[in-house]
Design a protein around this ligand. Structure first.
Ligand SMILES: Nc1ncnc2c1ncn2[C@@H]1O[C@H](COP(=O)(O)OP(=O)(O)OP(=O)(O)O)[C@@H](O)[C@H]1O
Length: 343
């Protein structure tokens, strides 16, 4: 299968339902992982130029999760999503979505999947409502007699009912993204796949989309969303997988991933210079002084001894705490490098 060009990928922004009636699809059927909505084994993509974009990916997305697919730009997220959606063929390995192999079962699977990939393809000169009517009309399985109700319900679901008659070109970026989500929600979906849904949005737009994702997930729809923003994943997702350079670094419940890493030690003191010296002497790593605080990676020993050493050296300790570990700490601990986000 030929690789779609950038423009083809854009026009595939909404994966329109295929002509085949979906029929019952059990999420765990044949995936080998009970309850997995997405399961990949050794999934690999090498582009024609030789670029190894995805390398032996074993991904398991539990049913009902809000699953964050996290990684810096270029780590292989979009390539993975394009393989999951049957837009490109893997070089090797397998991908099952809703229990069926992709891309082979695309016509059966895609009607159950709402997708928003690389931004929605919208007609600016049409109203939000008319855009959705067109999307719905392009779906051969959609009953024209109930089209208006479906469109109204989708607009309502994403909070655009009041702006339904406004031309899409007058929408803010956040509203455009919400309209894209409404298009993905015209039919009942078992899975929503959102590629960087908050990319390019201002903080208000980001909040809107995050709130909407949480709400969509609350009715049990599995949501798979990619992001290069660690805090976004922490705020929205129940589960996450972390990618770096095409490889899976870790995956699991967000709480477990962060718990696997130690947070930073924070010492508040007027004697920062002396505190930094003692912390280094005691084996703390990456000691940083900022105003009246010294932060460091805690050494692998009882922190009570560390505090005692500070006090014994005459450091007046106002505060001594270990910050809650974040996913970023987990990423740094796992890869030995910072979560470098370009753009
Ligand atoms: N069509 C293509 N042909 C050749 N190389 C590609 C192609 N698409 C992506 N790549 C390369 O594959 C690697 C992974 O890219 P991919 O777009 O999947 O990453 P990503 O994590 O989604 O990043 P971004 O958020 O920037 O899209 C990158 O090095 C990229 O340059």
């Amino acid at each position: 299968m030929a690789e779609p060009s950038a423009t083809e990928t854009q026009s595939a922004g909404q994966v329109s339902p295929g002509p085949v009636s979906p029929g019952p699809v059990s999420p765990d059927q044949g995936s080998g992982v009970v309850g997995a909505v997405i399961a990949t084994r050794g999934l690999t993509k090498r582009y024609r130029g030789g670029q190894l974009a995805v390398d032996g990916l074993d991904l398991t997305v539990p049913a009902g999760s809000v699953f964050g697919f996290l990684g810096p730009n270029g780590s292989g997220k979009t390539t993975t999503i394009r393989m999951l959606m049957g837009l490109i063929e893997p070089t090797s390995g397998t991908a099952r979505v809703l229990g069926r192999p992709m891309p082979r079962a695309a016509r059966t699977v895609l009607p159950r999947v709402g997708a928003l990939i690389e931004g929605p393809a919208l007609y600016g000169f049409l109203s939000g409502q008319d855009n959705l009517l067109r999307y719905d009309a392009a779906d051969p399985t959609a009953d024209p007699r109930t089209r208006r109700e479906r469109v109204a319900a989708a607009l309502d679901r994403v909070g655009l009912a009041a702006a339904a008659g406004k031309k899409a070109k007058a929408y803010s970026l956040g509203m455009k993204q919400r309209l894209g989500l409404a298009a993905a929600l015209l039919q009942p979906r078992s899975l929503l796949v959102l590629d960087e849904p908050t990319n390019g949005l201002d903080p208000q737009g980001m909040r809107e989309i995050r709130a909407l994702v949480r709400e969509l997930a609350s009715d049990g729809t599995t949501v798979f969303l990619s992001s290069h923003l660690l805090d976004e994943i922490e705020q929205v997702c129940t589960h996450a997988a972390v990618m770096a350079r095409g490889r899976l670094i870790t995956q699991g419940a967000v709480a477990d991933l962060a718990a696997g890493a130690r947070g930073r030690l924070v010492v508040t003191t007027p004697d920062t210079g002396e505190a930094a010296r003692v912390l280094k002497e005691q084996g703390a790593g990456d000691v940083v002084v900022a105003e009246d605080r010294v932060t460091a990676e805690p050494p692998d020993r009882d922190l009570a001894d560390l505090n005692a050493a500070l006090v014994a050296a005459g450091v007046r300790v106002r505060g001594f705490a270990v910050d809650r570990a974040s996913l970023e700490d987990a990423f740094v601990a796992l890869t030995g490098e910072g979560f470098d986000v370009a753009g």
